[in-house]
Design a protein around this ligand. Sequence first.
Ligand SMILES: Cc1cc2nc3c(=O)[nH]c(=O)nc-3n(C[C@H](O)[C@H](O)[C@H](O)COP(=O)(O)O)c2cc1C
Length: 186
Amino acid sequence: MRHDPEPRGGIHPLLAGRFSPHRFDPAGAVDDGKLNLLLEAARWAPSAGNSQPWGFHVSRPGEAEHARVLPHLAPSSARWAAGAGLLVVALTRRHVGDGDLQYSEFADYDLGQAIAHMTVQAQALGLAAHQFRAFDLEGLAEELDPAPGWAIVSMVAVGRAAEEAPAVRPRRSVADLLAAPWTEAE
Ligand SMILES: Cc1cc2nc3c(=O)[nH]c(=O)nc-3n(C[C@H](O)[C@H](O)[C@H](O)COP(=O)(O)O)c2cc1C
């Protein structure tokens, strides 16, 4: 990947300051008020036809629901996610309708926007969020047993970051964002 020398200056500090920590402060609890604000932020995301296809399973260390999720983390994510103040399992309703379930082509796209809202709200609360796919999807789906039509897509660890953002954070350039769709891959 090309490294982007462009500074982040100019974008909102909540966006510029966001990063995905690999260490969370075990003392950084996410209280009920903050949890409600994170869910409220997700609730106000835009979605195709205002379908709002997202759903969440939330749990915090010490809670019975947390103990259901922990065994399904991959070793790579368990190292930092297990100690975060909050674990969110993000689900979307990909299939809708009663009889023949219809596939909703924007369900995953809309969930991503809701999670983006959540991560920015976390930043505004002095928290940090690290999204991840490093978990046993089949095992977790079996454990949580969502209703027909619903699919687990990703997870998010939220808490107080116990490290600074890395000095080097590779990003494609703005010019590449505009040109890549019309450029042959190297
Ligand atoms: C859908 C999704 C899945 C991800 N899966 C993982 C993961 O399994 N493990 C991990 O350490 N980070 C994971 N990440 C975090 C990304 O690696 C991270 O956002 C990216 O490297 C950019 O870093 P930043 O968020 O600090 O800017 C995931 C992010 C997204 C959005």
